[in-house]
Unconditional design. Structure first.
Length: 188
């Protein structure tokens, strides 16, 4: 069993914001595996899929970003998943826009969704698919930046990054973190 979580905020006002890139990847991953978000459980929308013989849950927490752990923690405990079986897709201010990187563990870097996950899971040692959103201009609050929408002229780059992150999350779930890091941490 695997659990893939796309981090984001529920509601149309947050759709297609930088902070919701995890939801975009979760939706693309569900489509790639022929699944739909039909289950409502643990304060999340869940799509049940199969990756070969392995069962996979794809989750979009509906608890808002800062409380993501409130949905993910109980789901991981219910599934009796070790941290290494959890793949989390999230936005990252420290990576250049549209850069995708896979890693295991590490700090939260000020990301409140990761902070909540770490607290509710009791460990930061899960697989992460980081999608770069870049840094805001110096005069802009980072919270306002990540809650802002992607500029119209960046739609093609966003689509490509979502496709790359979807492939990375799929590889991490199907083949493990090391293979995913080896394949996806190089620049395209």
């Amino acid at each position: 069993m695997r659990l893939v979580v796309g981090l984001g905020n529920p509601g149309t006002e947050y759709a297609r914001t930088r902070h919701n890139v995890g939801f975009l990847v979760a939706e693309a991953l569900a489509a790639a595996w022929g699944a739909a978000f039909t289950v409502r459980k643990f304060g999340a929308e869940i799509a049940e899929a199969a990756a070969g013989a392995e069962k996979v849950w794809i989750m979009k927490p509906q608890t808002f970003m800062n409380h993501s752990g409130e949905a993910v923690g109980p789901a991981a405990r219910f599934l009796k998943l070790p941290a290494g079986e959890l793949v989390v897709v999230h936005d990252d201010l420290e990576l250049p826009p549209f850069r995708v990187q896979v890693k295991v563990g590490g700090g939260h870097g000020g990301h409140n969704g990761l902070k909540s996950l770490n607290a509710h899971l009791g460990t930061p040692d899960y697989v992460r698919v980081r999608v770069g959103v870049g840094r805001p201009p110096p005069e802009m609050d980072p919270a306002d930046f990540v809650l802002g929408r992607w500029p119209k002229g960046e739609e093609a780059a966003l689509s490509e990054a979502v496709a790359w992150a979807t492939a990375a999350a799929r590889a991490a779930a199907e083949q493990g973190a090391v293979k995913a890091m080896n394949e996806f941490n190089r620049r395209k």
